[in-house]
Design a protein around this ligand. Structure first.
Ligand SMILES: Cc1cc2nc3c(=O)[nH]c(=O)nc-3n(C[C@H](O)[C@H](O)[C@H](O)COP(=O)(O)OP(=O)(O)OC[C@H]3O[C@@H](n4cnc5c(N)ncnc54)[C@H](O)[C@@H]3O)c2cc1C
Length: 377
């Protein structure tokens, strides 16, 4: 049965993926309603690193001008040992085109950008979805407050522990990322870095990225260390790391409330849609943030899906096309993530020999296929 194309899309989840879908649909004059369980972003204080393809996707969502004032441009990467020896560097400014220069920005600012120009009534907060039911003409969702909403199509953008995915396919085993046993994100005073800087050692790695006068950080335990959610207990792993790392850790451990424990959970499932329900972003394909592609893949999902919904009168059949168009780029990112995760487990002496050669190649082979706009790929 053909749906009425002027009918609305329900979107469960108002994170990067959900707001991007709402924005992309709004630009195509397709009505949508976002149902978000929380009010305000959960980790508003944190930042997010956006490689060039994420920036290009944001520009394609009409945000090119707003982006210039958001966050901090990232022009180079430095990969270093725990003794502060440079393994290799990447000139990101030269790699990405002028209109796709990587940036790091606060998550709250990214969510704010995605909402710019959206009618207020498009996003409803404090609205958790507890159940979904689809039939031939549409989908009904039940909300935690006992009310319900209906649309012609439903997009599950509700993150790695997606309720929508569970309703479609049952319980999915979440993959534990090979890369790290435990990880934490935080904001800290900038200890003097001016680009993306990663220090990796035998049992841990720490990444710092400058953002608006501060540094956004990610610390992770690798190798044979016990799983932990307590960074203070694991801090000895970083005892031999250089001064900027030790200073940063000392400063955040003095403010434990500012540390955000971030388990690295992955989703790999054979289908992202069934009938009139589709999954986007982490709900469909959460991947450890080795190449910082979570937001980029979510934004690209949104652009592709909105194009299909705007052009195809029968929303009951778009799922298959959406998956066919999106799988190759997502699977490329997953494969490149797997490759790097495995190399992070090699003995330190071998990493130090291999990385200066393999590292730049790995960067290029990951990002080269993503340089082209998803709308032209
Ligand atoms: C340690 C770590 C570091 C990362 N770093 C980066 C990075 O630097 N760059 C990058 O691009 N990506 C990074 N990511 C990944 C990135 O955060 C996500 O891939 C991206 O934000 C897309 O998320 P999403 O919108 O699909 O899901 P989420 O951000 O999880 O949003 C889901 C939304 O759905 C809502 N929700 C959940 N259930 C319901 C329900 N039942 N009803 C209604 N609403 C619901 C939630 O409240 C939430 O707002 C990182 C991830 C981790 C774990």
């Amino acid at each position: 049965m053909t749906s009425d194309p002027t009918d609305r899309v329900l979107i469960v989840g108002g994170g990067v993926a959900g707001l991007a879908v709402a924005r992309a649909l709004h630009r195509r004059n397709v009505p949508a309603l976002v149902l978000e369980r929380c009010s305000g972003p959960g980790d508003a204080g944190l930042a997010i690193n956006l490689p060039g393809n994420a920036i290009r996707a944001l520009a394609e969502l009409g945000l090119a001008d707003a982006l210039v004032r958001a966050g901090t441009a990232i022009r180079h990467r430095s990969y270093r040992t725990e003794r502060d020896r440079t393994l290799f560097g990447i000139d990101e400014g030269a790699f990405w085109d002028a209109d796709a220069q990587p940036r790091c920005m606060r998550r709250a600012d990214l969510l704010h950008l995605l909402r710019l120009g959206l009618p207020d009534e498009t996003v409803r907060e404090n609205c958790g979805v507890s159940a979904i039911r689809q039939d031939e003409t549409g989908v009904t969702v039940e909300l935690a407050d006992g009310t319900s909403e209906r649309g012609s199509l439903l997009v599950g953008a509700d993150g790695v522990r997606s309720t929508v995915r569970r309703a479609l396919f049952g319980e999915t085993a979440l993959g534990a990322a090979v890369l790290a046993r435990a990880s934490w994100r935080f904001m800290a005073p900038n200890p003097g870095i001016d680009g993306w800087t990663l220090w990796s050692g035998r049992r841990g790695l720490l990444l710092l990225i400058p953002v608006e006068g501060e540094a956004y950080g990610w610390a992770a335990l690798t190798g044979d260390v016990p799983e932990s959610s307590d960074l203070a207990a694991a801090a000895s792993v970083f005892g031999s790391f250089p001064r900027p790392v030790r200073e940063t850790l000392a400063s955040i451990l003095a403010r434990p409330d500012s540390i955000y424990h971030s388990p690295l959970e992955e989703v790999r499932i054979p289908r992202w849609s069934r009938g009139r329900v589709l999954l986007v972003g982490d709900a469909a394909h959460a991947t450890a943030p080795v190449w910082a592609q979570g937001a980029a893949m979510a934004l690209e999902d949104a652009l592709v899906l909105a194009g299909l919904l705007a052009d195809c009168p029968d929303w009951g059949t778009v799922g298959e096309t959406y998956e066919r168009l999106r799988r190759p780029r997502v699977e490329h990112v997953q494969a490149m993530k797997d490759r790097v995760s495995r190399s992070a487990r090699l003995p330190g002496w071998l990493q130090r020999r291999l990385l200066p050669i393999v590292g730049p190649k790995s960067y290029r082979s990951t990002y080269e296929p993503l340089r082209q706009s998803v709308l032209q790929a």
